[in-house]
Design a protein around this ligand. Structure first.
Ligand code: SF4
Length: 319
């Protein structure tokens, strides 16, 4: 007779295998594609057809022949997929998976801000609701925010929403006069200067990669300011073998998988997005089984939001 611990382990492995087979079968039956953001749990990233950042994933899904998109991420990401793929069914496996930063500005608040700055152009970070995108002139990602702003006429004031830290980064890079909305990502602002210093004390030769959503003092201590997709490509090309990662810890799963010879440590183990971690394998199976939770964007909002995304794509390639 096997010890109880071993029996439990075997039972768990059998259960997981059954669950993975079920997801695979349902995915084929539904002609679905599974997308996982870089901040998802490792086991979710492992079953995904594509992993990446929110816009890159939505673009990839739009290019597939799939009828159904299961977006393992948060609501604004599923909305972005629905904006780009109106003919596909977009499912968010947990309907409560939202983004507190995206929720920090409503379309009404943006309308008021526009009324106070009538000549300004609005650039919204992709981490925003479909309604806010629809009220914006341009969309941007953390990879291309500075390039989008730099491409705009010098004599126009710019409103940037909702993340003030990404907005501050863009202000410094572009030298433009930008009206910033005071939004922030609670996961990135939890990372402190002391966290970076302590991590540097452990790995003095490591390269510090920080996301532009981090606070300004943290960004000052970083060697590289990079979006999640830029972190992945930077680490793959870099001759360095040690990295301190100042963003949501989920990305370390993919960084380690893609660079098995390198060492990656989280700048802060507290940098966990509870909304991203709401998606589990069971919920992915239920989403495919029950075709829930469908994320739709009303057509008049979708058209306007797509215009802001299209304008960004027209300026430069996404990445
Ligand atoms: S990590 Fe921050 S920006 Fe991303 S979903 Fe979580 S709260 Fe929103």
């Amino acid at each position: 007779m096997l010890p109880l611990v071993s029996q439990k382990k075997i039972w768990f492995i059998k259960k997981m295998n059954l669950l993975l087979k079920k997801i695979e079968r349902l995915k084929n039956d539904r002609n679905a594609v599974i997308l996982a953001h870089n901040y998802q749990l490792g086991e979710i990233q492992d079953i995904a057809d594509f992993t990446g950042d929110s816009l890159g994933l939505s673009i990839k899904a739009a290019e597939t022949e799939a009828d159904v998109i299961v977006f393992c991420g948060v609501r604004f990401m599923a909305e972005t997929a629905a904006i780009l793929s109106p003919q596909k069914t977009v499912l968010l496996p947990d309907k409560e998976a939202g983004c507190p930063m995206a929720d920090m500005i409503t379309a009404e608040q943006l309308k008021d801000l526009k009324a106070k700055n009538p000549d300004a152009l609005v650039v919204c970070y992709v981490n925003s609701s479909a309604e806010v995108k629809a009220q914006s002139d341009y969309c941007c990602t953390s990879s291309n925010a500075a390039e989008v702003v730099n491409s705009l006429p010098d004599d126009r004031r710019i409103i940037f929403v909702p993340d003030r830290h990404l907005g501050q980064f863009v202000t410094e890079k572009s030298g433009q006069d930008i009206v910033l909305w005071p939004g922030f990502c609670h996961v990135h602002v939890i990372i402190t200067e002391d966290d970076i210093r302590e991590a540097k004390a452990k790995l003095p030769d490591a390269i510090v990669m920080a996301h532009p959503e981090c606070t300004e003092p943290v960004k000052k201590l970083a060697d590289e300011l990079l979006s999640t997709s830029q972190m992945l490509s930077f680490a793959a090309k870099s001759p360095a073998k040690q990295f301190i990662v100042a963003t949501e810890i989920g990305i370390i799963h993919t960084l380690k998988k893609q660079n098995p010879d390198a060492e990656f440590i989280a700048a802060s183990k507290r940098a966990i997005c509870p909304n991203m971690k709401k998606i589990t394998l069971e919920k992915v199976a239920w989403a495919l089984e029950d075709m829930q939770y469908k994320i739709t964007v009303p057509e008049q909002i979708r058209e306007k939001a797509k215009r802001a995304l299209d304008r960004m794509v027209a300026i430069l390639p996404t990445g």
